[in-house]
Design a protein around this ligand. Sequence first.
Ligand code: HMG
Length: 391
Amino acid sequence: MPGDLTVGIHDLSVATTQYVLTHETLAGHNGTGVAKYHRGIGQRAMSVPAADEDIVTMAADAAAPVVARHGADRIRTVVFATETSVDQSKAAGVYVHSLLGLPSAARVVELKQACYSGTAALQFAMGLVHRDPSEQVLVIASDVSRYELGSPGEATQGAAAVAMLVGADPALVRLEDRSGMFTADIMDFWRPNYLTTALVDGRESISAYLQAVEGAWKDYTERGGRKLGEFSAFCYHQPFTKMAHKAHRHLLQHNGHAADEEEITRAIGHTTAYNVEIGNSYTASMYVGLASLLDHADDLSGEVIGFLSYGSGSVAEFFAGTVVPGYRARLRSDAHREAIGRRQQIDYARYRELHERSFPADGGDHPTPRETTGPYRLVGLSGHKRIYAAR
Ligand code: HMG
């Protein structure tokens, strides 16, 4: 492996849904004081997919501008991370590969381990680029987070996709090879194949997350990782933005620092701006946080960012990256703000209708209503096959 080869994120693009439900609307329906949502969990709104949107349409929406900017000649692998799989066999990335007209000389695969698999995809991509630096890997993380109506998790729903082009000599973030890892067999959050909403032990999931932060950091440190003081910012997985505060406070305290709120906000504040409005996007969430950080912080050129990826069940990984000078010219800040700002606000009844919507399993023709104004849509189901098209 050549010593001067740098590998990392060359481009980063975020897409979300057609609709948005505000926490004011949810609170108005269920009688919860809205302060619990705004301040208690740190959420103001959640993205809701239209009837003709899903993980594939969001993924293609996120990836299309990346392919338009860089071309597809060097993309020989597409790795799709999700826990909202649309098929038990076919990788969702194959539909994206087709919608974007990517070369047939490519491998496409789907990865799963709750919210962690976006990071597994990134690590997989880095390994491939180290093997052949002339290749680029399209990493996509796309998810719709769904909990039962009226459950405590309901307020932490959301949806988004992130597309990252991973390659040598990256324009945005150089990623380091050293990682700290942690795995524990724990039932804090899971979704059996026969359910469409996740099961969760809320309190248990928070302590499992914090235990994983500690475990991944311990392994990172034991492997000679950077010291806490070397990091300018931290991107955490954000099931709700307050969780990133809890996680960073835990990391500081674990390292013997008195954690004052100002210091925590300085370290993670810019990473939460998009997630506050989008909600939990599972595999995409931490990378939505990275987009938010790069789009909102003052010049981060040369600064080191820490990444803590967590997926229930549970697996966590801590790793570091350095922001590449000149990165600001390559950001997609306007497009990201536009994607979040253009969502149409829906009322509780419409949200409920979309939440309860499912396709009959009869193999018949089930077209979807035309709703999305995004570039791709799920046209419907026919003969048990999902049909997608450019809008
Ligand atoms: P809950 O029982 O509705 O809320 O569930 P609570 O009573 O615990 O209150 C939440 C916070 O709001 C508390 O703050 C309250 O004090 C505060 P905390 O003690 O935690 O600091 N609060 C208020 N603050 C200001 N003004 C008020 C007010 N009222 C209360 N008036 C819970 C909350 C997060 C458990 C629930 O939403 C849930 O079950 N969510 C889903 C699970 C989840 O997100 N877990 C996070 C860790 S696991 C993870 O990240 C993985 C995941 O993404 C899945 C994957 O990996 O695939 C979920």
